[in-house]
Write a protein that binds this ligand. Sequence first.
Ligand SMILES: Cc1cc2nc3c(=O)[nH]c(=O)nc-3n(C[C@H](O)[C@H](O)[C@H](O)COP(=O)(O)O)c2cc1C
Length: 359
Amino acid sequence: MKVLAINSSPRITGQSKTELLMSHLVSGMEAAGAQVDVVHLRTKKVRNCIGCFTCWTKTPGRCIHQDDMTGELFPKFIASNLAVLATPLYHFTMNASMKAFVERTLPVLEPTLVRKGDITYHPLRGPHPGIVALSVAGFPEISVFDQLSAHLRFMYKQGLLGEIYRPGAEAMVQPVFRKVCDDVLDAVSQAGKELVKSLKISPETMERITQPICDFELMARASNIFWKTCIAQGVTPEELKAKSLVPRPESVEDFMGLMQMAFRPELAGDVSAVIQFAFTGLLSGSCFFTIGDGVIDASPGTSPLPALTIETPFDLWMDVLTGKADGQKAFMDGKYRATGDLTWLVRMKEMFGSSNVGG
Ligand SMILES: Cc1cc2nc3c(=O)[nH]c(=O)nc-3n(C[C@H](O)[C@H](O)[C@H](O)COP(=O)(O)O)c2cc1C
């Protein structure tokens, strides 16, 4: 089986979630014996269709443009058994690069009008690959793909063999969700195998692909602090990450959310402890984190048996968290109090990575 896998995200490798998912789909397809040609549209020149219909009249089946679509991609498209259209969800549909690609496949159709039932269509001029759609979105609800799905189903009808949609995709790179995200990616790879073997994706695999990654409250809270910090620092999400800047919580609830997102299960190992924070000053309040079995839980209030209690002005701790203040020096200077097992002060630092959440 010959597959053409097209990724239309403008983001580079390592940043693009479309590419992340597509690479797993491709590896599944290859493992099942398919020969897959991967194309990143960001590296190709695909001009917009100009509606001249030269491809229907003067040069039937061939576009007037001299670019990568005419020279390379269209011939590969019609020679494939399957084409993967992988696009980030932009404004609830495919992005402009993918739309330009799809419009430029017009030469595959004849101009003739044919009617079947109450639907008019143009017949195919020659072979057309089966279509597999893949898309990722920032919002967490699967319904954000409804419009894209309706569009593709109408356009490709029985030719649409699979639809892989992953909402909340930006959270997929957070280490705290690694376990569930690894399962999602493994399921995408499984979908690739199933498509090559049976031209369809099983309901069980679809369920794994769309399984929840994290609860909405936590995701929205972390994402909102992240964007606020980007705006305050005047940096893009990628610049924030490159500079290792840590989003700055402005409330105890935000702090709880951020700490949960920053937790690194692989660094925490199998330790278990309760760490209590008592915030003093203008912004007062208490919360504690229960850590155990590689999982963190955040609760408001006070715990009866914390391993470590930190009493600190809220702003000071946020300065320590974001690297504006030296935690050790602040402790020596008596600016905050830590009681209990003080080794947790160091271990805590090790268990939380930089939390560039959102994006
Ligand atoms: C111009 C633009 C429009 C977007 N529109 C939506 C949208 O309508 N719904 C949504 O859930 N996410 C939307 N997003 C978020 C992207 O779908 C999300 O960040 C995705 O992970 C990007 O994929 P990529 O990393 O492969 O580029 C939009 C992002 C951009 C840049």
